[in-house]
Design a protein around this ligand. Sequence first.
Ligand SMILES: [Zn+2]
Length: 195
Amino acid sequence: MKLGLKTLLVFLIFLVSSLAIAFYLFGFTDDATCPKCNGTGQVWERRYDFTVDAYVNGYWPCITCGGSGTVYFPSSASYSLGFFSGFVISFLLVFALDYGITTFRLDWNPWVKDVKEMHFWFNPMYFVWLFHTHRKKWAKWTTALSLIAAILIVTTFAMPLIAVSTSAAHQNIFFGWLIGMTLTGPFALTWYLNC
Ligand SMILES: [Zn+2]
């Protein structure tokens, strides 16, 4: 069996078992006492009461928890799966984009194909040349750079998540991000070995 195929199998087993263990330990959701009403399910507020057509000061059902006193949010295992999917999708998109751009640039600069030796430093055509002559080496660079780009993209887009979620969920978001990233490393390696 080829190394790439073997790695793919090992990675799939690793991925499925780590997610299974994570869901077994942490479940799909977590709950916490509602921070808005402190678990009472009611808040003292001034709200418009349609039955009497006037603003009324009084205890109203808490909107944050729907009056139950408990808020539910994804567990760290759910966030891990979410972040992992986000990282993988971004990684594949960046890789595909790079592949497309490089193919396009090679078509526009066919002279690159005749160059015997090219050096990296300050050479804008280096990766195009590498793409044509040493595809595997190009794939190694592109995998590494796409991985870094994916982590930056997902982390940037996930920032507002911290702001909109209850503070009890912050720890789950952080661990989900960390575990998702940890799983994406072996994914990128497997991708490189198979491409
Ligand atoms: Zn509440």
